[in-house]
Design a protein around this ligand. Structure first.
Ligand code: TUI
Length: 310
């Protein structure tokens, strides 16, 4: 099966890996690209030299298309945006903001631009700004989230724009892909499922938390700061959320306590001070597998449900 997303991306399957800050690096991205999707390296708030090195490594690990995610709240987003042009990156996704001012230069460089949007309004603006597609991301996603759900957001974005729509948030098997296609999406972005992959370079503590998580082991922190983030419900995350709720944790104190908490989770597996960002679908993720098996199995199941061959 080919559609507008496989044609846009030049891939076998219409799937992108989520641009997970501190997590999505060249080993994971190249594994997803080699498996027939588009792997993403997360710019996050990384130094420019780190991202350049990761892009070059990824080029050595795959001859397939891969991309970079630009997190727009990062203080060095502008430098990382330019680096994508300088390094000949083929696909850029963006998150946590409006990438409008970067789009003309990316398009001039031949980059496929795919912003994450949490609303119909931003989807329309991105289409007018020249985006090639949008990722409609529901609040089921891990990390920084909007308010709308995948089920409600995706069909509304599909109705509002002519460019292809990629669904994200709560998709971890073939049923999620089939459902997304029923809502009018032409592709999916998957993050949490790859946290339990062989290739992802995170602490074993993090992987085990995702595997052990039940449907209810999930909590949103940071609502008081205006940057809500979905996490595994560890004792630390529960305490943060409770402190925000009862007013004992000010937004300033919250920022202070969580500074560096992504790194502490990903690299150190630090349960006391780490933020283990993770989507709501973790309850369904129970087994570590290679990216190739994850993707092949997802699309085999989706193909049966949709009666098409991916
Ligand atoms: O960006 C994400 N997920 C992320 S980013 C991240 S790193 C981070 N760390 C601490 C605080 C905040 C972020 C961890 N996870 N997903 C894509 C996404 N984009 N979700 C929501 C949005 C979004 C929100 C508002 C996109 C655009 C937007 O526009 C507002 C505007 O300016 O119009």
């Amino acid at each position: 099966m080919t559609n507008r997303i496989t044609e846009l991306l030049g891939t076998r399957y219409p799937i992108l890996q989520g641009g997970m800050a501190w997590i999505a690096e060249s080993t994971l991205a190249s594994a997803v690209s080699n498996a027939g999707g588009v792997g993403l390296i997360a710019g996050g708030s990384a130094p420019i030299d780190y991202l350049r090195d990761q892009i070059r490594r990824c080029k050595e690990l795959t001859d397939k298309p891969f991309g970079v995610n630009i997190m727009l709240m990062s203080p060095n987003a502008e430098d990382l945006a330019q680096l994508c042009i300088d390094e000949g990156v083929r696909v850029v996704t963006t998150g946590a903001g409006n990438p409008g001012k970067f789009i003309p230069a990316w398009k001039d460089a031949g980059i496929k631009v795919i912003p994450v949007v949490p609303s119909v309004a931003l989807a329309k603006r991105m289409e007018r700004s020249g985006a090639d597609a949008v990722i409609a991301e529901g609040t089921e996603s891990g990390g920084h989230i909007g308010e709308n759900t995948t089920m409600c957001l995706v069909p509304q974005v599909v109705d509002a724009v002519k460019i292809p729509v990629i669904a994200a948030g709560g998709i971890a098997d073939g049923r999620g892909i089939a459902a997304s296609f029923m809502l009018g999406a032409e592709g999916v972005q998957v993050g949490t499922r790859f946290l339990a992959s062989d290739e992802v370079q995170i602490s074993p503590v993090y992987k085990q938390l995702v595997i052990d998580a039940k449907d209810t082991d999930n909590v949103v922190t940071g609502r008081t700061t205006g940057h809500p983030c979905r996490n595994v419900k560890t004792k630390f995350a529960k305490q943060l959320a409770a402190g925000e709720m009862n007013g004992t944790l000010t937004p300033e104190k919250f920022e202070e306590i969580t500074l560096g908490s992504l790194r502490k989770a990903v690299q150190d597996g630090n349960l006391e001070e780490g933020s283990f960002l993770c989507g709501l679908i973790a309850g369904m993720v129970n087994e570590i597998k290679p990216c190739q098996a994850i993707i092949d199995e997802m699309f085999a199941q989706a193909g049966k449900l949709l009666n098409i061959e991916f």
